[in-house]
Structures are given as structure tokens and as C-alpha cells.
Design a protein around this ligand. Structure first.
Ligand code: DGL
Length: 268
């Protein structure tokens, strides 16, 4: 197999990374994907950094076992907790990419005055977005808010109903988000409720969703390493550490129709 024909490994705690995998599929239809959703350990957002690092290590090793030319950490909580670790431990075997740095690059190349970030408890308490945005000496002030109910809500399929509307409204009414000109969706699950979030702000706030930004950065990284697939895409493979009906439903929605979904109990 030529180097470029190898798949791109993508992982998240559950369905969230599918938003990024879908954007990659749209931007780079020639690439094949191996997706791992760690549904047995979901949600990552309330786990310790150490636990998330350990899960991420094992999953990266699994994806490298499928000869992945790149492993994309399609989860903000794992990007905040494990990116440097994975880069140090696996960077000589495959390309490692996270979802936070591309968004930081994007926002620092725009002139925002006040930015909001919403994410899991793990991502927000790490302060990664603020630190990286300030290190890049962007002038924007950054206000972060943990919104921990959103991932379980989405994974349970509460998306377009009274429950989800009430939770979204309660979180986004927080005074720290008054007057923002853009909101970073600092969790890859949140693009699934992007419309409801935009609607809360009467479509007056730019909602920055990492999926498209990450897919564009990923293309550049593959080009720079001469790893774009010039041939035809192979079959996408989807793995979960525990089978949930909802995962199959969402994966079929993003990837239209029959998907090859298997359970892989990689912790046994
Ligand atoms: N999609 C993950 C993220 O971007 C969700 C984390 C979780 O499982 O709590 O942070």
C-alpha cells in the first residue's frame, strides 16, 4: 500500500468526533477513515486528565495497528489532556493532530473583541483555549463556560425538544457570555446542536465549529507530508468500545446508509 493510501484514524469519546470525520469526508472524499468512539468511557469531560491520557494512548495504539497515516484526536477533552503525551509517545510512528490548535490559529487570525468558549469540565478547567489564544497574543478577551450536561444530553438523543432547549438556554444565558462576538464550540459534540445555539443568539453571534476548520488544517498537514491519497478511498471502518444504538444511528446519518460498525473491546 502506498503511504498516502493508508487511512486516517479519528477518535472521540462517542459520536462527537463524527462531526469532524464528516467534515473530512466532505473536504477530502479520497481519504478513508478509521473511527473509534470510546462509548464505554463516555463522557470524557468528567474524567481525570490521567484517565483520559490512558484511554487516548490505548486508542492511538489501536489506530496505529490499522496503519493510520495520521491520528486525529477529534475530542477537545482529549486534545486538552493528551495531545502532548501522544505526540511525544507516537509522533515518530504517525502524524498526530488535535482539534484545539487549528481553532486557536483560526481565531487569532481574525479580529475578535470578546470570545466565548463552551466545553466540557475537563476542557474548560484546563484553560487550554485561553492560554493558547493569549500565547498567540490575540487581542480578544476570552470567557469560558463549562456546559457538562450537553454531551450526555446529545448522546441520549435530546436534540430538538423542550429538554434540550431548556438546558441550552440556561447555559447560554450565563452573564459571562453577554456581548460576545463569537462563540467557540469547544467540544466536537456541539455542532450537532449548532442551530439551536445560533438561534439562542438570534444568529447575531458567529458560532465557530471546529469540524470544518480542522478538516482544512488536516488537508494542509497531509499535503505538507505528501500523504494525500491520490487513489480511491477504501472502506471506512467504525469501532466503538461499547455498542449503543444511538451511535449507529448518528453514524448512519453522517455517513449515509450502511456503515461497517464493530465493537472492539480494546481494554480486555
Ligand atoms: N467530544 C468530546 C469533546 O470534544 C466530548 C467529551 C466528553 O465525552 O465529555 O470534548
Amino acid at each position: 500500500m502506498k503511504a498516502g493510501e493508508r487511512p486516517i484514524g479519528v477518535f472521540d469519546s462517542g459520536v462527537g468526533g463524527l462531526t469532524v470525520a464528516h467534515a473530512i469526508r466532505q473536504a477530502l472524499p479520497g481519504e478513508s477513515l478509521i473511527y473509534f468512539g470510546d462509548t464505554a468511557h463516555l463522557p470524557y469531560g468528567d474524567k481525570s486528565e490521567e484517565a483520559i491520557r490512558n484511554y487516548s494512548r490505548r486508542i492511538t495504539d489501536f489506530l496505529i495497528g490499522y496503519d493510520s497515516k495520521m491520528v486525529l484526536i477529534a475530542c477537545n477533552s482529549a486534545s486538552a489532556s493528551a495531545y502532548e503525551t501522544l505526540l511525544g509517545e507516537f509522533g515518530s510512528k504517525t502524524l498526530i493532530m488535535d482539534v484545539i490548535n487549528p481553532v486557536v490559529e483560526y481565531v487569532t487570525s481574525h479580529n475578535y473583541r470578546k470570545l466565548g468558549v463552551i466545553g466540557t469540565k475537563r476542557t474548560i478547567s484546563s484553560g487550554t483555549y485561553e492560554k493558547k489564544i493569549h500565547d498567540a497574543s490575540a487581542s480578544a478577551s476570552v470567557y469560558s463556560l463549562a456546559t457538562p450536561l450537553l454531551v450526555p444530553m446529545i448522546e441520549e438523543g435530546f436534540i430538538f425538544d423542550d429538554i434540550s432547549n431548556a438546558i441550552i438556554r440556561t447555559y447560554l444565558s450565563d452573564s459571562s457570555l453577554n456581548d460576545i462576538d463569537a462563540l467557540i464550540l469547544g467540544c466536537t459534540h456541539y455542532p450537532i446542536i449548532r442551530n439551536q445555539i445560533s438561534k439562542f443568539f438570534n444568529f447575531n453571534v458567529e458560532v465557530i465549529d471546529s469540524a470544518r476548520i480542522v478538516a482544512q488544517r488536516l488537508r494542509v498537514m497531509l499535503e505538507q507530508n505528501d500523504l494525500l491519497n491520490k487513489g480511491r478511498a477504501g472502506e471506512d471502518l467504525f469501532f466503538v468500545s461499547d455498542y449503543t444504538e444511538y451511535f449507529g444511528k448518528i453514524a448512519r446519518m453522517f455517513f449515509e446508509g450502511n456503515i461497517n460498525l464493530q465493537k472492539a473491546d480494546i481494554w480486555r
